[in-house]
Design a protein around this ligand. Structure first.
Ligand SMILES: [Zn+2]
Length: 206
């Protein structure tokens, strides 16, 4: 298959994002998956089973908005979680899913949601301009049945505006943004804020 220039640029961005995320130890083993939406509505996304710190262009595949492979490569089981976010949010251009240890730990002490408020770093999120802000990150039970998990996320997002991310318990988190850079910034901010909460609750040494 001959890929478009838009796909190849997105694939290069995803490889670079993988190296950055891996350098902060947020995608151990072959965990995590990343995607970018292209201008024509198709999606460049990581294939399953590759180490995200050592991605090559051939480790990125092309799918349509319904998560069907367009190039014969095998998508990750979690692809549906990406396509449902793109369908819901027309402005979202990137979805990143790390398995950061801080997200796993917060899901062990908070059961349904993590409330982040009065932190200067909340300004890292698109549209937030003051520390006098509050965001809620929901936590969903882990589930190997991805359509069922995707439906649960959909039900939550139907009822809540201003959501930037969600945690899957014992697993990792999903966050999204208009660009790869913005979504990387959301990962950095979430990891830092989860770290703050873990220290405040005595899980980590302050
Ligand atoms: Zn995962």
């Amino acid at each position: 298959m001959k890929y478009s220039e838009a796909f190849l640029n997105a694939a290069a961005d995803l490889c670079a994002a993988g190296r950055i995320i891996d350098s902060k130890e947020r995608v151990p083993a072959t965990s995590g998956n990343f995607s970018v939406r292209l201008p024509d509505g198709t999606i460049a996304i990581t294939v399953s089973g590759k180490h995200k710190g050592r991605l090559q262009i051939e480790d990125i595949m092309l799918i349509d908005a319904e998560a069907n492979s367009l190039d014969g490569k095998k998508p990750s089981a979690e692809t549906l979680l990406h396509t449902s976010l793109y369908k819901r949010f027309p402005n979202v251009g990137c979805v990143l899913h790390p398995h950061a240890i801080n997200a796993v730990l917060v899901s062990r002490i908070f059961k349904t949601e993590i409330v982040l408020e009065d932190y200067e770093l909340l300004k890292a999120f698109n549209g937030i301009t003051t520390h006098e802000s509050r965001i809620v990150v929901p936590i969903f039970a882990n589930d190997q049945d991805i359509p069922r998990l995707a439906a649960e996320v959909e039900r939550y997002l139907d009822r809540h505006d201003g959501c930037y991310a969600y945690v899957i318990a014992g697993h990792g988190f999903y966050t999204w943004g208009t660009t790869v850079d913005e979504t990387l910034r959301h990962i950095d901010a979430l990891d830092y804020l989860f770290d703050c909460e873990l220290r405040l609750h005595g899980v980590k040494k302050v």
